[in-house]
Design a protein around this ligand. Structure first.
Ligand code: PMP
Length: 418
């Protein structure tokens, strides 16, 4: 018998319904209609374990991190540093190479301001790709403006893949100091071969920053195997709380980087004439840290690893293929992006209907998707569309949600396309 994507989704031993039951937001109350939450590339819902960890952190041992001698403060500090070690283990790095930040955006701004601001010279190039989220573009434009460096772009092809030949060609000119690419595209789901790009970049004497916002929730990640120099991700996209994320960077790079924000917690000694700074990672964590959020992020990573990152990836891959198949069956639907390796995300347009109108009809049918440019306007320009409808999957997504999506798109077509 031919194996369809639907069969594959059904056959996997992964129990998405059991996973789902751990998410209060996804469990409708009596008489309530459930929501097919398919906007997981934007943010994820939180399992009970993470909500409990957050509450425990605020109730059982809440105090200022690194500042107090009293018990709550000491315990909060210990949890915070344990969370740092947890993030390091999750990424395959060392604890003193992990800087807590608010999220991917802040991590990239940190590198652009500190590493970029101190290392880039007029005429240097920062190489990005045509796939990038605005968070991995605008900070580099600002750094270029501040230093006299310039932005170079490796374009994407009609599948939505980065042209590696273009990366090689740009690197060959010898001006690129840093390559900054997404591991997974939030707009198209393309998985980028970052290990290959790391080899190319290093051979040309350039550093590699990986925007891991969309890979950490969906793929096993090991910074040593990837060979990158900087790696950024956001807690809220990986079942953790908002307002916390991490930058991993090679120790020798962090040690040579100047502070980017000044304040409490990042100094060794302060005088009016002269201030000396703490070692990394504290040098880059000015101000009161988000202790409970870091602790709950560690719980989210524990939770995801207990499920199994490979198992989650396989489950999501089956759903993604089912979704691509079902959507392609709807007359007038055009899938945007057909990369050979993809994760979690399907983007599409419905001919004759605006993406925002499609999103509204889907919402009325209880299907939550993202519509718009997904903070990746250059990707939209490459495909000649102002916006797409984007569905994105998580560990708790189900084949029934995919079928609800396809039905709702058919309904949108009936209502919107004349
Ligand atoms: N990069 C990518 C690829 C993303 O998808 C996002 C979030 N949409 C970001 C960066 C920014 O993440 P945050 O808003 O959590 O800082």
């Amino acid at each position: 018998m031919e194996t369809t994507a639907s069969n594959q989704a059904a056959e996997t031993s992964f129990d998405a319904e059991a996973v789902r039951a751990e998410f209060p937001a996804l469990t409708p109350g009596p008489g309530e209609r459930g929501c097919a939450f398919l906007d997981n590339a934007a943010t994820t819902q939180k399992p009970r374990a993470v909500l409990d960890a957050l509450e425990r952190a605020y109730v059982e041992s809440y105090g200022a991190i690194g500042r107090g001698v009293y018990r709550w403060s000491a315990e909060a500090t210990q949890h915070y540093e344990q969370a740092r070690a947890r993030v390091a283990r999750f990424l395959g790095g060392a604890a003193d190479e992990v800087v807590f930040v608010r999220g991917t955006t802040e991590a990239i701004n940190l590198v652009a301001a500190s590493w970029g601001g101190s290392r880039l010279r007029p005429g240097d190039e920062i190489l990005v790709s045509g796939l990038e989220h605005h968070s991995n573009l605008v900070p580099w434009q600002l750094a270029a403006e501040a230093t006299g460096a310039r932005l170079a772009v490796a374009p994407i092809d009609e599948r939505g893949e980065i042209e590696l030949g273009e990366i090689e060609r740009r690197l060959a000119a010898g001006k690129v100091r840093l390559v900054a690419v997404a591991h997974v595209s939030n707009a198209l789901g393309t998985v980028v071969p970052v290990a290959e790009i790391a080899t190319l970049a290093h051979a040309a004497g350039a550093r590699l920053l990986v925007d891991g916002a969309q890979s950490v929730p969906h793929l096993p990640v090991d910074v040593a195997a990837l060979g990158c120099d900087f790696f950024a991700f956001s807690g809220h996209k990986v079942y953790g709380p908002s307002g916390i994320g991490a930058l991993w960077a090679r120790r020798e790079l962090l040690e040579a980087m100047p502070p980017w924000q000044g304040g409490g917690g990042m100094i060794r000694e302060v005088g009016f004439e002269r201030t000396t700074f703490a070692d990394p990672p504290q040098r880059f964590e000015a101000g009161t840290p988000a202790g409970p959020e870091a602790r709950a992020l560690a719980t989210a990573l524990d939770w995801l690893e207990r499920l199994g990152r490979e198992a989650v990836a396989a489950h999501e891959a089956a759903l993604l293929e089912l979704a691509r198949q079902r959507l392609a069956e709807v007359p007038g639907v055009r899938l945007v992006g057909s990369a050979r390796r993809r994760a979690s995300v399907v983007s599409f347009v419905l001919d004759g209907a605006h993406a925002h109108d499609v999103g509204t009809v889907l919402d009325a049918a209880g299907v939550a998707v993202r519509v718009g440019h997904h903070c990746a306007q250059p990707v939209m320009a490459r495909f000649g569309v102002p916006a797409t409808v984007r569905a994105s999957f998580a560990a708790y997504s189900t084949a029934a949600e995919v079928e609800a999506l396809a039905r709702a798109v058919l309904r949108a077509r009936a209502l919107l396309v004349r």
